[in-house]
Design a binder for this molecule. Sequence first.
Ligand code: PRX
Length: 652
Amino acid sequence: MSVSSATQPMIYNPPKDFAKQAHVPSLEAYETEWRRSINDPEGYWGEVAAESHFFKKWDRVLEWNPPMAKWFAGGQTNVCYNCLDFQIEKGLGDHPAIIWEGEPAAADGTPKQQVTLSYRQLHARVCRFANALKKLGIKKNDRVTIYLPMVPELTIAMLACARIGAPHSVIFGGFSAQAIADRLTDADSHHIITSDGGWRRGSVVPLKSNVDEACKLVDKVSKVIVLKHCNNDVHWDAGRDIWWSDAIDGMSEDCAAEKLDAEHMLFLLYTSGSTGKPKGILHTTAGYMVYTRHSAKQVFDYKPDDVYWCTADIGWITGHSYIVYGPLQNGVTSVMYEGAPNFPDWERFWQICERYGVTKFYTAPTAIRAFMKQGAELPKKHDLSSLKLLGTVGEPINPAAWAWYNEHIGGNRCPIIDTWWQTETGGVMITPLPGATPTKPGSATRPFFGIDAAVVDHSGTPVEPNESGLLVIRKPWPGMLRGVYGDEARYRKQYWSEIEGCYFTGDSARCDEDGYFWIIGRVDDVIKVSGHRLGTAEIESALVSHPKVAEAAVIGFPDEMTGEAIAAFVTVKSGVNVSEDLKQELRQHVSRTLGAIAKPKDVRFTDGLPKTRSGKIMRRLLRELATTGSVKGDITTLEDLTTIAKLNGEAS
Ligand code: PRX
């Protein structure tokens, strides 16, 4: 990879050999295409969509009544058909669609379970399961909750839902009963697909028993389909529960894909925002389908023989868009791994890359930092020469991690794409194109085709180059969310009212003199722990549900390994004695209620929380305290000055 050192910071040009074979082979090609996509979005997206399969062509590419968008209205299509049938029609029936590896392994990392499914085999399994869903009474528009480990059946379940027009709501396997119950209630979902358990670092995560707990908290679940995966004991409710194997028994491998309207709801994916209730981000059929196919092809520069591995969990948007829908619509092979990166040891990821000849690898900065800590000797033991491209997502990547990734994983020959996007955006929004965009470590670089990104002040005016401001998107795009499920007011307020006429991302950023975007971080109460998105309010409400807690405030503070970590400031009820044991009990309580990822790293007891005169907790001050050890910032709006004096005293 050539390096230009004339400018600061370092600029890495796309490797020449890569550029030669790339879909977008030069910066000029990118700029010409981007300008066209912005000047004539309907023409551009109409052309792009023509490469997808539609049962009926759309009448209009875009109907835009801000902030309500309809893409490809009047058209009829099916995303599952595009992922499977359409690929088989193109001659890819025998091509591997999924290569899956389970976590259990011998001491040398040799896996005990591996599955490869060709497009044809995947199609057969999806159809069988889709027929099973129908037989169980699941109909078009019914929301189906999926709470599974990273197994092929997770992809099968999602595609089966998409095939029959039943929107899926996938819940990350790391969430606990309360989080499941909240999502079931909000989605008004009556059906759950789960498994007895999932493997994580050699132990079984009891998914079915979490579902049983959640079902006690809500009274609406009529069917639970249970995949046998770990063979752990499960409680059984004969009227409600059915084994996956029994459900598909005798089902046909033929199931016609429903002809769905372009704006038919494809899925809900819950994510954290700045209020307590998780939001059901709503994505629909045609726009999401076209956007994920096109972005995956350009961003990962897919070629027919690619063996592509995205290490995310399908429970997050990255997995939805770039393990399932994006790669399968492009006919490439998508690798899926069930377990932890360090099981049985820190070589597992590199063994997987070597074993399957992974060509394109997409992971999170937090994982790179963890590997970096283990040293470069581990990847060196493995043949990583098949790799052609590396990607990152989820949080800013620090230049040291970028340099390590480039040298020790990419062998200084692979372009690195730092992709910025969100659950709400459906697909990648700001990203280098690997054959075209010179990269600067730490910058997600330039907007994708059709994306009109800008950094503005509160009045919507673009700020000067290198000045920080709010990151907005000024035009609709096909992959955009269509709403917050059941809460139009929240959709309008959260995303479309902050900056007039723009989609507000919730991130701050700066744009340099070359038009490169540098993401700074969230400006709301969202915390990113290891790239996972958590809301302060959700964690706070878990804390105050503990009988000894009177009040709690949660903040994110910088952490070398996880990007951000959670600190909780807790006021206990009168008469309660604070102790180290209580701290541990509260950490466990959050973990049990929401899931281990939400467990605070630090719990501090305090007599009072700093509030404004209108009663709003001043998290800014707590953040300063957790980061620097004391509060020196502006406290003019503070209601009770003594709280800060006390917090400063307590901190010291
Ligand atoms: O703050 C940004 C950060 O992740 C947020 C979106 O989180 P989520 O919806 O969970 O989706 C993550 C995976 C797509 C953003 O608002 N973020 C995402 N990618 C990057 C990033 N921050 C910096 N650089 C990135 N490449």
